[in-house]
Ligand binder design. Structure first.
Ligand SMILES: Cc1cc2nc3c(=O)[nH]c(=O)nc-3n(C[C@H](O)[C@H](O)[C@H](O)COP(=O)(O)OP(=O)(O)OC[C@H]3O[C@@H](n4cnc5c(N)ncnc54)[C@H](O)[C@@H]3O)c2cc1C
Length: 454
């Protein structure tokens, strides 16, 4: 039987970062990273078809943490481009700048009135508690942005994305993801085309060559012990044995998981009924991505566009060929179109493709003469963790059980949270520090469920 000190499930950014930092600090430690697919990177990977490179949907680097930034830049070794974000919203047959709440200029007069008057009415009221687990998203949006902004953007867009009743969503995930403008910014953005940048992702980096995959590939080159095509199918916490396709049984001393928490619990033998019940309460959505290449260069000058209206089946569209000219062959453009569904809901690909193409023409992105030169659907079965009222207590219950068994579960899906690539890398580093008996140098985010382990 194979035997290892640390067994890591998943060679995405979190799993590889954990292995890399363990190996850097203690080269004698035996580390095994088991990855079910034939390539590294997980969701931060890319694929190439007919000369086009697509991510699992556009993966842009937003760097905030000094260590994370330095680490990622050293991995990329100059293979990156820096962009000022060009993000837009298409509604009421009009393009407005992101974020909607600060940029209503150009919309029909009655929509601007709704948004501005609604926002002004919120000012006399007590500000809503920020990120309080008890508040629900619907009330928070009404209290924070008012009736108009909620009705014209926040409600329809978030309904389309989360596929869950908005009054059941909490506000824990909002933090840096939904910027709140000041009153003068809302007014100014209603009167003029305000070019000010708001929010956590005002600029971003993207690999010049190789798509998002360039980052995990660079990390894999500095990490040993990765076994591809090795899906973990069963785990016995008591015996400390994992079963993996192609490798059989493997004995471990410490286990680190990065696969979705729900799948981890499904694979574990002898899970207590209370933990199983908590697992059943964890919700997520599935994102279907339609990747298209067209035979026309520079179809748009934008990076991505949000589509809140029901008449469009997609909630967002992005231009990969605007992230890097190497993402598409010369003389072409490439897009990704994102559609969200509840897990298990059927999507009629042919019908949806026709609706997408009609939608792209209606909003002026494509012309009748444009021809598709490549296309591919890529489903992301577990894409966004849904922060409803059951999410946090259920995650805490599951993490108490993992803690009793000295099992770490990290990354976007292992920790069951809304996060991004840099954070996955930092999660792996902090986990390595815990395993090595060192306290993490950088504190966890307050909502990180790993607190349950301490
Ligand atoms: C639609 C979408 C868009 C996004 N856009 C951005 C963006 O623009 N910028 C950004 O920074 N972040 C973005 N993210 C988030 C980013 O993808 C994640 O934060 C990050 O890639 C998570 O890394 P991870 O290692 O935690 O998880 P994953 O990438 O999911 O890695 C987990 C790994 O485990 C493997 N695995 C699963 N089950 C098993 C098993 N049974 N046995 C063995 N291996 C298994 C998987 O194959 C995978 O490789 C986006 C996410 C989504 C869904």
């Amino acid at each position: 039987m194979l035997d290892t000190d640390v067994l890591i499930i998943g060679a995405g950014l979190a799993g590889m970062s954990c292995a890399h930092h363990l190996q850097k600090e203690n080269p004698a430690l035996r580390c095994l990273v088991l990855e079910k697919s034939r390539s590294v990177g997980g969701l931060a990977g890319s694929f190439t078809q007919d000369g086009f490179t697509f991510d699992y949907t556009g993966h842009l680097l937003h760097l905030h943490d000094p260590y994370g930034k330095d680490f990622i830049l050293r991995l990329l070794r100059g293979n990156h481009i820096r962009h000022e974000r060009s993000a837009w919203i298409y509604s009421q047959n009009t393009y407005t700048r992101y974020p909607f709440q600060a940029n209503t200029f150009g919309l029909p007069r009655r929509v601007i009135d709704d948004c501005v008057v609604g926002f002004l009415k919120t000012l006399n009221k007590r500000p809503p508690a920020q990120n309080a687990g008890a508040a629900n998203f619907k009330d928070w949006s009404l209290q924070t942005f008012g009736e108009g902004i909620s009705r014209h953007f926040m409600f329809p867009y978030n309904q389309k994305l989360w596929r869950a009743p908005l009054e059941r969503l909490t506000t824990e995930w909002l933090g840096r993801f939904v910027p709140k403008p000041k009153v003068e910014e809302v007014l100014y953005g209603a009167l003029t085309d305000q070019k000010k940048f708001f929010g956590y992702n005002a600029s971003f980096l993207y690999p010049r060559r190789g798509g998002a995959q360039a980052l995990p590939d660079a990390l894999a080159a500095r990490t040993s012990g990765i076994r591809l095509g090795a899906p973990v199918t069963r785990i016995d916490f008591r015996q400390k044995i994992v079963e993996a396709g192609g490798l059989g049984q493997i004995r471990y001393n410490r286990l680190v998981n990065t696969m979705p928490l729900v799948h981890l619990i499904d694979a574990v033998a002898g899970v207590p009924p209370g933990v199983r019940a908590a697992r059943r309460k964890l919700l997520y959505n599935t994102v279907y991505c339609f990747n298209i290449g067209f035979n026309r260069p520079r179809m748009s000058d934008k990076h991505w566009i949000y589509f809140p209206e029901k008449r469009f089946p997609f909630y967002r569209a992005g231009f990969c060929s605007n992230f890097s000219e190497n993402a598409a062959p010369e003389g072409t453009s490439s897009l990704y179109i994102e559609i969200s569904r509840s897990p298990g809901a059927r999507l009629d690909f042919n019908k949806t493709e026709a609706q997408i193409l009609k939608g792209l023409r209606e909003c002026g992105l494509t012309r009748r003469s444009d021809q598709i030169v490549t296309k591919k659907w890529t489903p992301i079965p577990c894409a966004y963790v849904v922060y409803d009222r059951d999410r946090t207590p259920s995650v805490q219950k599951i993490f108490a059980f993992l803690g009793e068994n000295r099992v770490e579960s990290i990354g976007r899906y292992g920790a069951w949270k809304y996060s991004f690539m840099e954070e996955a890398i930092m999660d792996g580093k902090r986990c390595a520090e815990r395993l090595l008996g060192r306290k993490a140098a950088i504190p966890e985010r307050p909502d990180a469920p790993l607190a349950a382990l301490k």
